[in-house]
Design a protein around this ligand. Structure first.
Ligand code: AMP
Ligand code: MG
Length: 410
């Protein structure tokens, strides 16, 4: 019997192959600004005017000409008017003059400096300004946030709260975004029952379809749930054909482990071009990746934790690239002290579920006590993966380890 797996890959090699293979889907739509929240911008947003549009005051106080102030001692200025946000002073501020000004008001012509109201004395239509004022103090320059013609938000960026505000500040009511990625998914296995059905002896309820639903919802994809597919070649083939007819990507769970990969591989060989990988990781060793028709297939392992590890480490960034996100997010690994011993043999890269918390000596991580690849509770209670690289051996309490926080991952 031939080995079912075409290659044994490290995490880095697998990621490289995945990311090199996929390219963003085309297709865009124009949405009202608020509906674009969470979507990926399809074209650069270019500032049509300066933001802020005018020099203005950063404080409540008095606008004046700096070169009209005495070099030492106090200067007495006549207050010749006032400027409010949305209601400018229309005259020119001359030497010996000042204008009462509020935060956000346009800086009047002739003035270049604002002295805060707390710093001055006001006497019958005049203001007494002490020495030592800095030229340009308490003012905001036109275009200091964005200059006209500058790219305010680049294509490929996911639109979050800051981007909504920024785009709004330029006066755009609509934006062009990439269409949503369509992702179909199903679970495989004769032992898997859908919720709402009674459990026959030896059956377990499907958890992967719910986990994957949650992951895809967080991704912002259009989700096509194809249910549970029995371990029968004709069922699997029908599900794959249906998925590839409608979706940009297909996520399956189960059916890629050594015992099952042979029959799955045969079907996939007929429908497209899919590679079976043996990843040098724990958990989540087997994975399939390739094309079924025009859709990308991510064949994840069956164990619930392995599903989440292989999705977050491999499928996620490939799906984000397919969605048009550019650049892809950095995935920082933070170095923290490990509070407990961890047994490990050099060889595979391990993803343990851990909890980072603030201890006496700073941030610490503790591994969850049950690390089985079927123990989904570990994912729920953890807030990070403790990542032990391929060549690392056991960890002693007090050693530094690398963690990847779940934030932005799940
Ligand atoms: P497999 O890769 O299909 O051999 O599955 C590996 C393990 O994961 C088996 O113990 C399965 O019962 C379990 N498993 C597979 N699919 C699911 C699922 N959808 N929900 C919960 N457990 C699953
Ligand atoms: Mg199975």
């Amino acid at each position: 019997m031939s080995a079912p797996y075409s290659a044994s890959l490290t995490t880095a090699q697998a990621r490289e192959q995945l990311l090199a293979a996929v390219a963003p889907v085309t297709g865009r739509e124009v949405l009202p600004l608020r509906e674009a929240l969470g979507r990926i911008l399809a074209a650069d947003i270019v500032a049509p005017h300066d933001v802020p549009a005018h020099d203005n005051s950063a404080m409540d106080g008095y606008a004046l000409r700096h070169d009209g102030l005495a070099g030492s001692g106090e200067t007495v200025l006549a207050v010749v008017g006032s400027a409010f946000a949305g209601n400018a002073f229309s005259g020119i501020v001359g030497a010996g003059q000042a204008v009462r000004i509020m935060t956000g008001a346009v800086l009047p012509a002739g003035a270049d400096t604002v002295v805060v109201q707390e710093a001055v004395r006001v006497e019958a239509g005049r203001v007494v300004v002490p020495a030592g004022q800095k030229r340009g103090a308490n003012t905001r320059r036109a275009g200091e946030d964005l200059a006209r013609g500058q790219v305010a938000v680049a294509a490929g960026k996911r639109i979050g709260p800051a981007e909504l505000g920024l785009i709004g500040s330029l006066g755009f009511a609509e934006v062009s975004v990439r269409r949503r990625l369509r992702v179909a998914f199903f679970s495989t296995g004769d032992e898997i029952a859908s919720i709402g059905q009674p459990l026959a002896p030896g059956q377990i309820y499907d958890s992967n379809r719910y986990t994957i639903y949650g992951l895809l919802a967080a991704l912002g994809a259009e989700i096509i749930d194809l249910g549970v597919v029995r371990d029968r070649p004709e069922d699997l083939e029908a599900a794959l054909r249906e998925a590839s007819a409608t979706a940009d990507a297909i996520i399956t769970s189960g059916g890629v482990s050594v015992g099952e990969a042979d029959f799955v591989r045969e079907i996939l060989a007929r429908l497209g071009e899919v590679k079976f990988w043996k990843l040098e990781i724990k958990p989540g060793r087997p994975m399939a990746f390739g094309k079924v028709g025009d859709a990308w297939l991510f064949g994840l392992p069956g164990n619930p934790v392995a599903v989440m590890v292989s999705y977050t480490q491999f499928a996620l960034d490939a799906l984000l690239r397919l969605s048009g996100l550019d650049p892809l997010p950095e995935r920082p690994l933070l170095k923290v002290i490990c509070g407990e011993a961890i047994k490990k043999q050099p060889g595979r890269r391990e993803f343990l579920r851990g909890r980072v918390s603030l201890g006496d000596g700073g941030w610490q991580v503790k591994p969850f006590s049950y690390q089985g690849s079927g123990v989904l509770r570990s994912m729920s209670e953890a807030n990070c993966f403790i990542i032990l690289p391929e060549d690392s051996a056991s960890v002693a309490p007090g050693d530094t380890v690398e963690v990847q926080l779940f934030e932005g991952l799940l």
